[in-house]
Design a protein around this ligand. Structure first.
Ligand code: ADP
Length: 723
């Protein structure tokens, strides 16, 4: 089927033509035959890189051409940015929403296509963003994540709510290969498109003893070192391809990149430039290791890295300069980065409480699917590494020839339902117990468990909790959210966590930063650090030192959760006490990326707490707000006026403060030369040229005279300093 025959704009056709895309791939053509342009719902469950995004993009442009509006849901923020950039290159207005949870983002509504994570869409629904009712096409990327224990329930609820509210809306769900696509399709009243077709031939195989066994052939691999994984990698590099190596832990990813770098010994200006960019970002030894590896053509990639560093690595790989990336499976779930050969070195992964467990078949397919770059590689190879002869057959059976697992709804637990039922009531979807049941009947959970007797019982318990905590009220058969319940729903926090916070702050006699952090770290929304036996003595000492300041004490059973929360509290306290990233990373065995995600989580919960304090502990309000900013910037309170200045972070602010400059006014009064001495000429230039631009603009403005004009100009020059 030819692109030029499709009902999409000439602009989009030209764009595809220029990109060398003129015919649809077979599964794409099937989407059209099954009614994609006739507003039929579709579930497209086909392999990675077989053109799902492109098909969804055409459907979106078709809607926009008919004055429709589209919402594109993705699982990760990084993916949202990638899709946003991809869609923005064409002639449509595209918006992205991944930010604060309690905003309505009204201006987003002026766009034709809005890209957002599922959590963000749920929060937009809770905050009644008015434009949601205009959505005529909902695209759900990676819909198989409905099965994810952490995030699946939100995705399922978002789909259900959007369909409940906009019954005429078309839905196109994109999925990796799953075992039960028919059930998922029927739940969504969707036509199913499944296919094994791929644009680049994929050869799955198992490596053992110097050769790769494929289904019908073998390939000998030259052994240049004693490491199988490195030999496999060198084999591809020597024929001009690139490699992705999936391993089970961050440490393994780093160790492999180090070995690969010393084996490659590549040298060129593009690698040097990438390495220089990483060196500029580097703070920890690990960051420096990454820069050194990249200089020789290898890299590692995992969630412990800073976002900016990950972007440099991704860019270097896409452009073909970095020849190999070793990664934890984060990369497989995330970005579009194909390579000639994918090496799945570790097919077991450490899982808390279970030890090393084999990864699911679906995850194997997702990694293997990265093999083969369309238009660039003649074929792709996905290679597992066996430990012995028997392992070879077993790996074929367990992974290569195995069907993907079925997906199951994650909406059945009490904690999940508590969050979602409160939000259904607070955002006016349901007004009685009957309506709750009617709504729940439309979920995937009830579609899969039609006769469930558990759900009515759990709903009863959840409603009892929400009534008891006064988040909802029930009068004459009508249920409605109280001011408290409505706020909790809009803040997008777990009602149990909200209740823990409210109980903690309203029963505390005196405010304490560390106590509040510990309280927040005891809620289910906080992502906490793991605790090992060697941490216990430090944690116990911390408890003794801060005994008088803390609000929570060790529970009788010395529960693990308590110590995990305590360890996270220690890290956050160190962060706000201005300890460097390097020290924190070493002390807690984390990467800068982990500090960033913990700070992001605690900030969201601190923000929520600051919104709850006027209702429950008004005298704490100011301190909670300040702590929110201290956490955001990683500074003590005395630096708050300085970090509000553009281009001034925690390190520069501390230097200024220690030199006697403690506010924007002081900084301006100190003058360029003094600030250059403290922060260097480059930074002083940035700061003061912004001020100069502002003063020039002021002097060009209508002439004013007198003290009022002087004060106004001074104020507006100052405001240039401050974000
Ligand atoms: P998926 O979302 O399934 O991973 P994409 O839609 O991102 O796949 O497509 C993968 C690559 O193939 C992209 O570079 C895309 O431009 C290209 N592509 C998609 N459809 C076609 C087509 N019909 N002809 C040629 N290239 C295509």
């Amino acid at each position: 089927m030819k692109i030029k025959e499709l009902p999409i704009s000439g602009h989009l056709k030209d764009y595809y033509q220029k990109a060398g895309i003129s015919d649809l791939y077979p599964p794409q053509a099937e989407c059209i035959h099954k009614g994609m342009f006739k507003r039929k719902n579709l579930l497209v469950a086909i392999p990675t890189a077989s053109g799902k995004t492109l098909v969804a993009e055409m459907a979106m442009h078709h809607h926009v051409g008919e004055s429709g509006k589209c919402l594109y849901i993705v699982p990760l923020k990084a993916l949202a940015s990638e899709k946003f950039e991809e869609f923005s290159r064409k002639d449509v207005r595209v918006g992205i929403s991944t930010g604060d949870f309690d905003r309505r983002d009204e201006s987003l509504g002026k766009n034709d296509i809005i890209v957002a994570t599922s959590e963000k869409v749920d929060s937009l629904i809770r905050n009644s963003a008015p434009w949601l009712k205009d959505i005529s096409l909902l695209v759900v990327d990676e819909v198989h994540l409905i099965d994810s224990p952490d995030r699946g329930a939100t995705l399922e609820m978002v789909i259900t709510k959007m369909r409940y509210r906009n019954p005429e809306m078309q839905i196109i769900a994109l999925s990796a290969t799953i075992g039960n696509p028919g059930v998922l399709a029927r739940w969504m009243d969707a036509e199913l498109v499944t296919s094994e077709w791929r644009p680049v031939d994929l050869r799955p195989g198992v490596f053992y003893n110097g050769r790769i066994k494929f289904h019908e052939s073998f390939r000998t691999v030259e052994c240049v070192s004693k490491f199988d994984d490195l030999n496999l990698c060198m084999d591809t590099i020597s024929e001009g391809g690139q490699c992705l190596v999936f391993v089970s832990s961050r440490k393994n990813a780093e160790a492999f990149a180090k070995r690969a770098a010393s084996a490659f010994q590549l040298e060129n200006s593009a690698l040097k430039e990438l390495s220089d960019r990483l060196t500029k970002l580097a703070e920890t030894d690990n960051d420096k290791l990454l820069a050194a590896c990249v200089e020789s053509g290898a890299a590692f990639h995992h969630a412990g890295l800073k976002r900016e560093a990950r972007t440099v690595v991704e860019e270097g790989f896409r452009k073909g300069h970095i020849r190999c990336i070793s990664s934890t499976p984060t990369l497989a779930a995330g970005l579009n980065m194909p390579a000639r050969r994918v090496i799945i070195r570790d097919y077991r992964r450490f899982t808390s409480g279970e030890g090393m467990v084999p990864i699911p078949v679906r995850e194997y397919h997702q990694m293997a699917g990265r093999a083969g770059r369309p238009h660039l590689d003649p074929y792709g190879e996905a290679v597992l590494i066996a430990k012995d002869d028997q392992d070879v057959e077993a790996l074929f059976e367990w992974y290569i020839d195995a069907p993907a697992e079925d997906v199951y709804s994650q909406c059945g637990t009490e904690s999940t339902l508590c969050t979602h039922i409160l939000s259904l009531i607070a955002s006016g979807f349901v007004r009685s117990r009957e309506e709750i049941s009617t709504f729940m009947d439309r979920t995937f959970f009830l579609y899969q468990h039609k006769q469930s007797r558990v759900i009515p019982r759990v709903i009863g318990k959840v409603l009892a909790f929400l009534l008891e905590t006064e988040m909802i009220a029930e009068n004459g058969g009508i249920v409605s959210a109280t001011q408290y319940g409505s706020l909790v729903s809009r803040l997008f926090i777990n009602p149990n966590g909200a209740q823990t916070i409210v109980h903690g702050i309203s029963s505390a006699e005196e405010y304490s930063d560390v106590a509040l952090l510990q309280l927040i770290c005891s809620t289910p929304d906080m992502y906490n650090l793991y605790v090992s036996n060697k941490d216990i003595p430090y944690l116990e000492r911390f408890l003794v030192d801060l005994d008088e300041d803390l609000w929570l004490t060790v529970p009788e059973d010395g529960e693990e959760g308590f110590f995990r929360g305590l360890k996270t509290t220690m890290l956050l306290r160190d962060w706000a006490n201005e300890l460097s990233d390097t020290v924190i990373c070493e002390r807690y065995s984390v990467g800068p990326g982990d500090i960033y995600s913990m700070v992001e989580s605690v900030n969201w919960l601190l923000h929520a707490t600051s919104r709850l304090t006027p209702m429950f502990a008004p005298s704490f309000y100011q301190q909670v707000r300040e702590l929110e900013y201290c956490m955001k910037y990683g500074v003590k309170r005395e630096l708050l006026p300085l970090v509000k200045i553009r281009n001034i972070g925690r390190v520069r602010a501390r230097r200024l403060f220690n030199s006697g400059i403690s506010s924007p006014e002081n900084l301006q009064a100190a003058g360029f030369d003094r600030v250059s001495q403290i922060l260097g000429r480059g930074v002083a230039d940035q700061l003061f040229s912004a001020v100069k631009r502002q003063s020039d603009k002021n002097s060009g403005d209508v002439k004013e005279s007198g003290a009022r004009a002087t004060a106004r100009k001074k104020q507006s020059t100052l405001s240039y300093f401050v974000d």
